[in-house]
Structures are given as C-alpha cells and as structure tokens.
Design a protein around this ligand. Structure first.
Ligand code: ADP
Ligand code: MG
Length: 725
C-alpha cells in the first residue's frame, strides 16, 4: 500500500516531508476503493485515513441488545430487531416507487421501507430470510416503521457481538443506500484502528498537562493516551472509558486551538516591535483639559491606562475593548488617537457602516474643531476627487486622523506613519482581516478592536484569543436604566398613544422594522407599509417622520438621518441599518416591530440607541400573538436585564456559537467534538494550561513541551492557521 507524503512548505521555503499513515488517501483503506472513496469525499468530506478517524460517532448503541417490535413506543429512537421477512413488495409507480418489506419477530410485525437503492436491497432481502435490522423509528399514520434501515443477513454469530457499545456514525441517505451506512462506516473505522499503532497517534499533550480534575469525582486523573482515546471514542469497552476518551479529545481540541492563539499572542508580545508612544503630549492634554465634554468614567480611565501602557511598551498593541452599548467607547478611541498624534503618528478608525463612519467623523470633527488636527472621511461612496485628495494627504502624512468604512482597508490607502488603527463596533472582523491593517505601515501599527455589544468570555477566548482584552463595565453617570416591555400587536393603539405623549415632551422616537435581507422586496414592502401606518397614526402636520433603509441612495439616507439628528423630525422609521452606534441622545423611545424576528444581541444593540441622554427611556418590543418558546424566552430576558454581558451569555446558550454574528465565518469555532457552550469548563482549563505553559516557555523550546511542538509543526498547513499567524 502506498504511504502518502504530505509536503508542507514552512516559512523560509523549507520543505518538510511528513509521512503518516493518517495521510493516506481513503481509497486505499481495505473495503473502500475508488468508487466508495469518491462517495466518502463528496458526502462526508473524508479524504484520508485521518479524516475517517475523526469522523466521530454521535452515539453508541448496545448492539448486544435486540429489541422486540412490541416494545417500540412513541419515544423510541433507534431499534435493533431480529426477525424473518414475511413479504417484500415493490409499490408505486416511477416517482413514488418504494420497496416495502414486512418483518416479523416473536412479538409482532413492522414495515421496512426503501425509496432509493431498491435494486440492491431487493437482492439482499428475501422472503423467509432471517435478518438483523437496525434503524431509526419513524411513525406513519400511527404505525411505527423503519425507513432505510441497515439490514444484514442473520448468520449464526450475529446478535452476539463482542463490542459492548457500537458506534453510530452520521451518514447521509445516499451513503446508506450505497452500502455505506453507519454500520459500514463503523466497520471501516474498525479496520483502520486495527492498522494503527501507538506511534501513529503519538502523545501531543505535554507532561505538565497530563492530569485533569475529573468532573465527576474531582480527583486528579490522567488523560487516556491519544491512541487509547481514539480507540475508546469509537469502540468503547466501558461507558466510563468512553467518557474519558471524550474528555481527552475535547480538551485536546480546545487546548490546541488555544495554544495556537496563545503562540500568536506570545510571539507578538516578544518580537513584534511596535511603534512607541512614549509621551502624552500637547494635543492630548489640550483636549483633555479644555474640550472633553464630561468627566471620564472609572472604566474609561482604566482602559486608557491599559492602552497607554501597551502603546508605550515598544511592542505592538492588539487589544479588544469590550464595552456595553453606551459605555462610551468612542471617546476612548479619540483620546487614543490623540496620543498617536502627539507622538508623530497618524491614526485611522474604521466603522462597519457609512452612517456610523459619518457620525464618527462629524462627532470627532466637532469635538476637535478648535484644534490643529486634520480629520478626513473615506467611504465607498467618496467621490473620486475627494478620495484622491484623502489618499494623497494620508500618504504624505498631512492627514492626522482618517475615519472610514472598509474602504480604508483597500490597497490604495497608504499612510506615511500610521501608528494606530481602531476598528469600531465590529465583531465581523476576523484575525486575518486584522492582519491587513498591519500592512498599512512599515512598522506594524497598534490595533484596537471595539465590539458593538459584549460577547461571552468563552467566545472572546476563541474568536479573539490572540488579543489582549479590556472590559468597560460601567456606564456614564446619570443614565437611567431603560424600561423594556413586551407587547402583543393588538396593543398598538396604546403604544402609539405613548409615543405621542413622549413626543409631546419634546422627545424623539425610533420605530424599527426587521429587514433580514436588504434585497428581499417583501421585507421592503413591509417597511413601506409600516411607514404608511405610522403616518396614519400621526396625521397632524406638526409630526414629521424620517425613514432610513439600505435601499436609499446615500444622499436621501443622510438627509433623513440628519433631519432626525437636528430634531426636525420626531419619528425615525428605519431598518436595522440604524442598529449600530447611532447616537441621538434626545431619542427616548425605541419601538421594535416584529421583535420576535431579531436575535438577542441585535435587540440589545437596537435598544442601546435610546437611554443615551439624561431622560428616562423606553424600549417596546412588539410581537405577533403566537410566539415560539425561544422567542418568548428572548423577550423575557430583554425585559429582565439591561446588562449586555448577561445577554451575550444567554444568546450563546440559546443559539450556540455557530449563529452568533460574525463568528460563523471565522472558522475558529469549528470544533469537531467540543462545544464552547457545553464544554466551557474544558475551555477554561485549556486556556489556563496554555497560559501557564507559555508563561514559562513562550517558544515551546523546553524538552517537556517537545511533543506538543512537534505535533503543531506536523499540523501546519492542514488547518489554515498558518495564514493568520
Ligand atoms: P458606545 O460605547 O456604545 O460606542 P458612545 O461612545 O457612543 O457609546 O457613547 C454613548 C454616549 O455617552 C455619547 O453620547 C457620549 O458622548 C456619552 N458619554 C461617553 N462617555 C461619557 C462620560 N464619561 N460621561 C458622560 N457621558 C459620556
Ligand atoms: Mg459606539
């Protein structure tokens, strides 16, 4: 059998050749061959022996146990039956063609049905033959049946299997009908495990992390070896060993991910020279003493100190600033930028939307209007003339602060001396994208990433694990908590009365409509209808309404936005383009239409548009009359708490990490076994272990860490991690 050679080009053009049986193409495994190999690749992404080894069972069944047909109840999931086929019939015409067999055991009969692969099954399943059948129970018109069950001829031995627990693997219908169902996958895996030696799955955890506190007993326990863990997770010899295998492999997965991030961070801490902001100079001091519109909160001061310490250290700063909505991140960003300017550097700040970039631009130019600072705006819709001018100013170093959207990332934008890049309100910004900022200057600039809403600690650890981390957990003084209520649509008249009352006091109001896909014309119709409705509720000429959505031209959108900011309109009907960062402190009511269609973080972010001034603010969640369990839970959480950190944790629990905005594409959360929700404990342990290992040996140079280092080396290029380091 050929052994695969993986050629892995490391830095410096060195070529390393790693020969591993796990790299062998799956085709060469006994029982596979070219046809099945193609199926396995297409259906399950299994290309190599290693991929098959990591195709983990999602459950195990006790195959020594044979169920009786009579035992099948409404809650039965999987059954293994042993019986005799008493009839086989081909039913239906072309389209609905199906093969139905009836199986009888000592307790009753049940139907087995195939819609695909009928020819193959017909050959195997004969009337009066004895079979062993395994499958998931479904119910059709009140009777249980098995669709596309696994079936095999029952010879003398079957039914008394040596394994205590047999694995059940995820498989597709297509695989099943082509004879590669869960049971066959198990056989292939067994073949593979039979070929593997201890040395094919060498230990990769350093000795110092070989023990863990057992969650059940709390006792220090030694991990199963990797080799043993892979065997036990597929074919456990006892439930307790299965559990230990699962612990080990989950921990290993989380530990390795944390280690990779930790290495990026530690490498940067050691070697990436940053520009040094050695002094607090004239601009910072002048602004601080003369133009700062308020006293900073304790949290703001603390974060500024952290930023000053980082930027003065000679190393490059990479910091994540987490603050709840309205905690005052913008002013911290501005002060940090002034610090850069004072040290002879330029700064740039990126926002996710044009509205927000423009708002930052206007806010910051207003605050700096008495100061000798050149601030410019660059967005996708900047006219080519002004764009050219901005690019020139930036290149020549005459521009001090550049504010913009993603347009700032384009190649053509070059700075003379970029010292600080700030990414605002953005958790859609992956490790790789951040790296693009670094190419904007000869010496890597400092990077500050500010999140729009808090993200849970576990998520921050995985998605931003390479960053240092600041938290702003304090709101500016004088804020009154926002009152949030949930109302069904039939209460709309009262809601409108309330709005009228608030407007009467001089306040302003947002009414938000869901627009999930900006391009879907139906959603858009919803918004327009909504707008007409609002107009109908407020027919008097003294009421003015703005409307803002993603389909407007920039000019129209800006005009509408501006009129609201200038209080020329009292009501803002909008889609979620308004979601992030918009700051109109006089607005005190946020009405969210069809609130059930929004996620928790998004609702919290929308709510954060009010409660920004000294006046009492309100958020009204309007929903249809029938709510699912989850939607109801979301409404309850929002009415109960204003704490973005708590909401973020709940969001993660309810939706799981795959759905949390911005992390989906990051690829950092695609664990095979571990879940950052359920395995929080293992994640925290992994993080601690990584920190203590790298704390003592930041380059993994010590002998004790050799197994780990070798392993990481052997995995380079397989994971895509090398791209981002
Ligand atoms: P976010 O953290 O959501 O980006 P902003 O930076 O937009 O919050 O600040 C929200 C509001 O709070 C703004 O109107 C800002 O001027 C105000 N603000 C920020 N810091 C303070 C402070 N220390 N004292 C009073 N108001 C503040
Ligand atoms: Mg903000």
């Amino acid at each position: 059998m050929p052994r695969a050679i993986i050629i892995d080009s490391l830095n410096n053009g060195t070529i390393q050749i790693i020969a591993s049986i796990l790299g062998n193409p799956i085709e060469y495994l006994k029982g596979v061959g070219p046809v099945r190999a193609e199926l396995l690749q297409k259906e399950l992404g299994i290309f190599t022996f290693g991929d098959l080894l990591e195709h983990f069972p999602y459950r195990h069944v006790d195959r020594t146990r044979i169920n009786l047909i009579r035992e099948i109840g409404p809650a039965t999931e999987y059954v293994q039956l042993a019986g005799r086929v008493i009839s086989v019939e081909l039913l239906g015409d072309k389209r609905s063609r199906r093969l139905v067999a009836e199986l009888r055991d000592s307790s009753g009969t049940i139907q087995l049905i195939w819609f695909q692969g009928i020819n193959g099954v017909q050959k195997l399943v004969q009337v009066a033959g004895d079979y062993l059948v395994f499958g998931r129970v479904s119910h059709f018109q009140g009777s249980p049946q098995l669709t596309h069950p696994e079936i095999e001829v029952r010879d003398g031995n079957s039914g008394e299997r040596p394994e205590f627990l047999e694995p059940v693997y995820p498989a597709t219908e297509k695989l099943k009908v082509r004879g590669l169902g869960g049971r066959q996958l198990g056989k292939l895996t067994q073949t593979l495990l039979g070929m593997l030696k201890e040395k094919d799955l060498p230990e990769n955890l350093p000795e110092m992390t070989m023990e863990y506190p057992d969650p059940e007993t709390g006792r220090a326990t030694r991990w199963l070896s990797r080799y043993e863990a892979y065997r036990q997770i597929h074919f456990p010899s006892q439930p307790a060993l299965y559990r230990q295998a699962l612990y080990r492999l989950k921990f290993e997965e989380l530990f390795l991910a944390q280690m990779r991030l930790g290495l990026i961070k530690s490498r940067r801490h050691r070697s990436s020279k940053g520009v040094t902001f050695s002094q607090v100079g004239a601009l910072f001091n002048q602004f601080y003493t003369q133009y700062l519109p308020f006293e900073l909160t304790g949290a703001q001061k603390r974060v500024l100190k952290e930023i000053r310490r980082d930027t003065g250290s000679g190393r490059q700063m990479n910091r994540l600033l987490q603050g709840d909505v309205g905690s005052g991140k913008t002013i911290v960003a501005l002060l940090a930028m002034l610090l850069a300017l004072d040290n002879g550097f330029q700064a740039c700040m990126m926002a996710p939307t044009e509205i927000l970039a423009k708002q930052h631009y206007e806010g910051i130019t207003a605050l700096l209007k008495e100061m000798p600072v050149e601030v410019r705006l660059l967005t996708g819709s900047s006219k080519s003339k002004s764009r050219k001018e901005v690019l020139e100013l930036a290149r020549e170093g005459r521009l001090h602060i550049l504010i913009g959207t993603h347009a700032v990332l384009e190649e053509s934008v070059q700075f003379q001396r970029l010292g600080l890049a700030i990414v605002d309100e953005q958790h859609r910004f992956g490790v790789a994208q951040r790296a693009r900022l670094w190419n904007k200057a000869e010496v890597v600039p400092h990077v500050l990433v500010m999140t729009a809403t808090p993200i849970p600690r576990t998520l921050a650890m995985t998605a931003y694990g390479d960053l240092d981390y600041s938290v702003m957990d304090e709101l500016p003084p004088g804020r009154q908590p926002i009152s949030t209520v949930h109302r069904f649509e039939d209460r709309r008249p009262q809601v409108m009365d309330f709005i009228r009352h608030e407007i009467g006091k001089g306040r302003q109001v947002y009414i938000i409509f869901p627009l999930i896909e900006e391009s879907e014309s139906m959603d858009y119709e919803n918004l327009k209808k909504g707008y007409e409705n609002v107009k109908a509720w407020f027919p008097e000429p003294k009421y003015w309404i703005s409307m803002v959505h993603g389909r407007q031209t920039n000019i129209v959108r800006d005009t509408n936005m501006r009129r609201f900011v200038l209080r020329e309109t009292q009501i803002m009907v909008a889609t979620t383009v308004i979601e992030v960062g918009v700051n109109v402190p006089n607005a005190t009511v946020m009405v969210i239409e069809s609130a059930e269609k929004f996620g928790l973080s998004q609702l919290h972010q929308l709510r954060g548009r009010v409660g920004r001034g000294a006046e009492k603010s309100y958020c009204i969640l309007l929903t249809g009359p029938r709510l699912g369990k989850e939607a109801r839970e979301r409404m309850n959480i929002l009415t109960e708490t204003n704490d973005g950190f708590k909401i973020a944790e709940k969001d993660l629990e309810i939706r799981g990490p795959g759905d949390i905005e911005g992390t989906r594409q990051s690829g950092l959360l695609n664990f095979k076994l571990a879940s950052i929700v359920e395995d929080r404990g293992w994640l925290v342990l992994a993080r601690e272990r990584v920190e203590s290992i790298l704390g003592a040996d930041p380059e993994l140079a010590e002998e004790g860490n050799r197994v780990l280092k070798d392993y990481l080396q052997s995995q380079r290029g397989k994971t895509g991690w090398s791209k981002i380091s």
